[in-house]
Write a protein that binds this ligand. Structure first.
Ligand SMILES: C[S@@+](CC[C@H](N)C(=O)[O-])C[C@H]1O[C@@H](n2cnc3c(N)ncnc32)[C@H](O)[C@@H]1O
Length: 270
């Protein structure tokens, strides 16, 4: 039996709308994407396998917004993904390459923002490898752009892309905005497929990045004795600095809600 048959049959038996449902299960198990209560955006959601998995995993206190240019059939009571304990699912019909659709997605998510953006969007395959790759990268960039407008600090992005020459460039762009990025090929992807998922963890909204140098005032002392400074409200722990110091620091590590820095030099008027 081929991999396709195995997952196809399982999907039929277990009430999933697509074999793709198992890819999201595997991505979640490997990378820890979905938690109870999360607000999730699922791009390229039709026919709805990922919506079912996401709805089950975020539970009744969560919400899943599915987007596709094709219609996503409403969930009936007996399908996985509906009923008790599953999240509320809302769908937006539209093309993610159009600004109007991206705007409607933002409105449906609401002001609180999203915890996770997923994209399983894929172009209609022409069979010409470079063209299909380029189209897939274009869709992945739309997903990335959407993630940077709807994700909360610390949120995650998982986006499908076909392997090829523009992958590294796409990955570098995403890496600049998240704590780290992994390439994952879930077992449920067909063996022959060139698809992979870039899983980006912990969206950074900090005004600084590792390697930056900034001048800061140390205003507080942390529990470990480090100095604490703020850059546009963002907390930097500065080792070896004291309250009242005005120092030039080099940012060493950036987390979603705080960062670490070391003193380069004391500024003259300190
Ligand atoms: C592989 S299928 C997604 C399967 C889905 N994850 C599931 O579990 O059922 C890819 C989807 O991406 C959608 N898609 C492709 N380009 C799109 C675009 N520009 N805007 C919105 N959806 C798009 C297609 O309509 C298709 O339904």
């Amino acid at each position: 039996m081929t991999g396709k048959d195995e997952y196809y049959n399982r999907a039929k038996q277990e009430g999933y709308r697509s074999r793709a449902a198992y890819k999201l299960q595997q991505l979640d198990e490997e990378c820890g994407l979905l938690s109870q209560g999360d607000i999730v955006v699922d791009l390229g959601a039709a026919p709805g396998g990922w919506l079912q998995v996401a709805a089950q995993r975020v539970g009744a206190s969560g919400k899943v917004v599915g987007v596709d240019r094709q219609n996503v059939r409403n969930f009936s009571e007996d399908e996985a993904g509906s009923g008790d304990g599953a999240a509320h699912v809302e769908t937006v019909r539209g093309d993610m390459t159009e600004a109007d659709t991206r705007e409607r997605v933002g409105e449906t998510v609401g002001e609180g923002g999203a915890d996770v953006v997923l994209s399983d969007m894929a172009p209609n395959v022409s069979g010409e490898y470079d063209l299909d790759h380029a189209r897939s990268v274009h869709l992945a960039r739309q997903a990335f752009q959407t993630a940077t407008t709807v994700l909360e600090a610390g949120g995650d992005l998982a986006v499908k892309v076909f392997d090829g020459r523009d992958l590294d460039d796409l990955r570098e762009g995403i890496e600049a905005e998240f704590e780290y990025v992994r390439e994952v090929r879930p077992p449920a992807s067909r063996d022959s497929s060139s698809e992979l998922y870039l899983v980006a963890k912990n969206y950074l909204t900090a005004p600084v990045r590792a390697g930056d140098e900034v001048v800061v005032e140390v205003t507080d002392e942390g529990a470990e004795g480090d100095g604490i400074a703020r850059v546009e409200g963002f907390t930097l722990f500065v080792s070896g600095a004291r309250v009242g110091d005005r120092v030039r620091v080099r940012v060493e590590e950036v987390k979603p809600r705080f960062g670490f820095a070391g003193v380069v030099e004391h500024e003259p008027d300190s």
